[in-house]
Each structure stands twice: as structure tokens, then as C-alpha cells.
Design a protein around this ligand. Structure first.
Ligand SMILES: Nc1ncnc2c1ncn2[C@@H]1O[C@H](COP(=O)(O)OP(=O)(O)O)[C@@H](O)[C@H]1O
Ligand SMILES: [Mg+2]
Length: 396
């Protein structure tokens, strides 16, 4: 049993408030990711869970028991750092074994001369060796145990750091940006490895990253943080499909969500670039709102589609070829907006030339509406609208 419960955790460094009353319950066996921009307090929070930092207020329980008074090694947690923190002069095997050597051998048995003599020590060492071998086999490091860290690739070093955490058989794994020193391709590979490792071990993982793709691809749930607070906690799809605020919408998803300035007209009807949409919100007329449209929500349509369908005109600035698809970048001439991106198949992209004036259409039900303060606003009757929407097609 290793659920983790954080209650009103607060922390300041001097006059700077870094964590502002964090409440978070992490289920036993869950893969939970803390994601957010640099400096938002992710590392501070995970270090408090590890016991490497102490909170000013609030409490922390692991497996149902308060651990606030426990030192790091007494908490049954293991932390994997971005820097791996491997000892360069020690072999891979000795690096992985280190936490066990420290825990199982008494100090005098670790001293060079005396240690030769003890039969007891030899028995303990055999136990450690077999534990290390089991972990090394799980991580495919068995053939590398005699090497030094410098003789390993980045991904192998990362696995050694993981092995050193696993060998302690912790109740909770804590990982702070463990992939950020790896090159892009290896990072993608290690995402899969970590997700599979989590599945195999069934242990609670708390993972810190500033990379929303890592958060989205590996986690059961994601806690999006900003300025020392959790903005939204939910599954990756909940954060993507129903971002609770503009900040979450902007952080999650690549390409970044398109944001268009809109206004509220009579009856709460949303107007985009002076045209009313089939979208009304419970807000007073005259208010400014922001319309969020994912790049896959847009499509090319011919002329003014009519029939009450939503559209606006744009000018193709650039086609970005990603191989399997394109990201088309459009300018909105004369509009108070920075531009929009649209995902397109290679065939659709081939049909439009750079600098061409086009009409972009979208389904109103796919639009996210955010009030001036950034909070998500649920449109009226959204459920009904979703079912009756007619998909837009090029040429419609
Ligand atoms: N030991 C420290 N002393 C003073 N300020 C710190 C210390 N650790 C972190 N901070 C500050 O706390 C804020 C949050 O840092 P951190 O938790 O490392 O953020 P993140 O991991 O999300 O990038 C930052 O503004 C950082 O400068
Ligand atoms: Mg950090």
C-alpha cells in the first residue's frame, strides 16, 4: 500500500513563496506526473515528498502513515535525478548495489581490511549480488555490470540510475526530469521503457517534467502546476479535451492551441471577427472572451461556407512538413491575433499554395471558450450541440 497524500503543503525560500498550499492524493500504483513551466515548484514538491526538503506547513502521508518526521531513507521512496548521480569510479554493478551495501552492511564491514575476514559479510554480499542481478536483468543491464559509467551510453546510464532506485524495492518512485539529458530519439524510447517498467512493477510513480509530451504519453494522471499551485489535475485526455483554464490549454498540446479574440453579444452569443457563432455562453454581453481551437479542429473550406458554419479567412504563411502530416501556419491579416496552425494530410497540404488566401472552418462544438480572467466557460447546451454537428469538408 503506497498511496501518497499531500495536504496543504506550503514552502517559501526566504520571501519567495514557492508552494502555496498543495493538496494532492496519489493512488497506490498510479503514474502521476507533475508538469509545468520551469520554476513553478515541481522539484521543490517532489523533494519534499522525498524528504530532501522540509515543508513550512502541511502534511505528507505515504501508505496511510504520516512521514513528515522521517528522514529520506526511512520513507521507503527512491528518487531518480536528472543528473543520474552515478559514481564514476564504481562499476555499474557497484553503483546499483550501493543503496543495499549502505543499508545491509555495517560500517566496519565496509572498511577495506576488516571486510576480507568476515563470513557474515560474504553472505550479505551474495544476497546483494543476486538482488542486483535481478534488477539488472529487468533493465537489460546484465552484460554491463563490470563497466564504468563513462563506458555507457546516455540511455544505459539512465537505466543504471533507475536500477539503483529499483534495487531498494521502494513503495514509491520519485523521478525529477530523468530524461532531460538524453537526445530526442532516446527520450522517445525511454518514455516507452518507463511506462512499461511502471506497468511491470505496479509501484506508485511520481514523475516531474516540464515536457508536456512526456506528461501526456506516460501518465495515468497529470497535475499541471504554475506558480506553486496545481491548476488542474486529471487524465491526459481530460487536460487536453477540457482544459480548465487558458494556461492549461496553452501548455498542453503541440502545436500549441490557437487562440482567437472573441466577444459576447446579446443573449450570450459568441461573436468571432464580428460574426455570430452557434455558440452561447452564460456571460454578460460586451465581455471579451478567448476562443481556443486545436490545430486539428480547423479545416480548409471553399469560400464562405454559409449554413451557419463557423469560418474565418486566413493566408498561408508556411507549410511545415512532418513527414506523415503537415502543420500549416496561417496569418490572420488585419486581425488582432498572432496567427493559427492547422494539421493537414500531405494531400490537403499539396492543394494549397504559400501566400494563398483561404477560408478556415471549424465546428463550434470543438471550440474552447475562456473568460477574460482565463477560466474555462462551458457553452450552453454543449452536449446537444456536439451530437448534431455536421463535419466540415473541403469543398462543402
Ligand atoms: N534552495 C533554494 N533556495 C532558494 N530558492 C529556491 C531553492 N530551490 C528552489 N528555489 C526557487 O523556487 C522556485 C521553484 O523552484 P523549483 O521547485 O526548482 O521549480 P521547477 O522544478 O518547477 O523548475 C524557483 O523560483 C527557484 O528559484
Ligand atoms: Mg526542477
Amino acid at each position: 500500500m503506497a498511496k501518497v497524500a499531500l495536504s496543504s503543503i506550503a514552502k517559501s525560500f526566504g520571501a519567495t513563496k514557492v508552494l502555496d498550499g498543495i493538496d494532492l492524493d496519489i493512488a497506490d500504483g498510479e503514474f502521476l506526473t507533475l508538469v509545468g513551466p520551469s520554476g513553478c515548484g515541481k522539484s521543490t514538491l517532489i523533494r519534499i515528498i522525498a524528504g530532501l526538503e522540509h515543508q513550512d506547513a502541511g502534511s505528507l502521508a505515504i501508505g496511510g502513515s504520516r512521514v513528515d518526521h522521517l528522514r529520506p531513507h526511512e520513507r521507503r521512496v527512491a528518487m531518480v535525478f536528472q543528473s543520474y548521480a552515478l559514481y564514476p569510479h564504481m562499476s555499474v554493478g557497484a553503483n546499483i548495489a550501493l543503496p543495499l551495501t549502505m543499508a545491509r552492511l555495517r560500517l566496519w564491514q565496509r572498511l577495506p581490511l576488516l571486510r576480507l575476514l568476515s563470513a557474515e559479510r560474504r553472505a550479505v554480499m551474495r544476497g546483494i549480488e543476486s538482488d542486483v542481478a535481478a534488477v539488472a536483468a529487468q533493465l537489460q543491464l546484465g552484460h554491463l555490470l563490470d563497466r564504468k559509467p563513462a563506458q555507457l551510453s546516455g540511455g544505459q546510464r539512465q537505466r543504471v540510475a533507475l536500477g539503483r532506485a529499483m534495487v531498494r524495492n521502494p513503495d514509491v518512485f520519485l523521478m525529477d526530469e530523468p530524461l532531460s539529458n538524453l537526445d530526442a530519439k532516446l527520450r522517445v524510447h525511454m518514455r516507452t521503457e518507463l511506462a512499461e517498467l511502471h506497468k511491470r512493477l505496479g509501484t506508485t510513480f511520481i514523475y516531474v517534467t516540464h515536457d508536456q509530451v512526456e506528461a501526456m504519453t506516460m501518465s495515468d494522471r497529470v497535475a499541471m502546476m504554475d506558480s506553486g499551485a496545481i491548476l488542474q489535475l486529471g487524465t491526459p485526455s481530460q487536460l487536453y479535451e477540457k482544459p480548465a483554464s487558458l494556461k492549461v490549454a496553452q501548455f498542453i498540446g503541440s502545436p500549441a492551441i490557437n487562440l482567437l479574440p472573441a466577444t459576447v453579444a446579446e443573449g450570450g452569443r459568441v461573436e468571432l471577427f464580428g460574426r455570430p457563432l452557434a455558440l452561447s455562453v452564460p456571460l454578460e454581453p460586451g465581455q471579451a472572451v478567448t476562443l481556443g481551437l486545436r490545430s486539428e479542429a480547423l479545416s480548409l473550406v471553399q469560400g464562405e461556407p454559409g449554413g451557419g458554419r463557423a469560418w474565418f479567412s486566413a493566408r498561408l504563411r508556411r507549410k511545415e512538413n512532418l513527414g506523415s502530416e503537415y502543420v500549416l501556419h496561417f496569418d490572420l491579416a488585419g486581425r488582432d491575433a498572432t496567427g493559427v496552425t492547422m494539421r493537414a494530410t500531405p494531400a490537403v497540404a499539396a492543394g494549397v499554395n504559400e501566400a494563398a488566401e483561404v477560408t478556415l472552418g471549424f465546428e463550434e462544438a470543438a471550440a474552447h471558450v475562456f473568460a477574460a480572467a482565463g477560466d474555462r466557460v462551458e457553452p450552453r447546451g454543449q452536449g446537444a450541440a456536439t451530437a448534431s454537428v455536421v463535419p466540415l469538408r473541403a469543398g462543402a
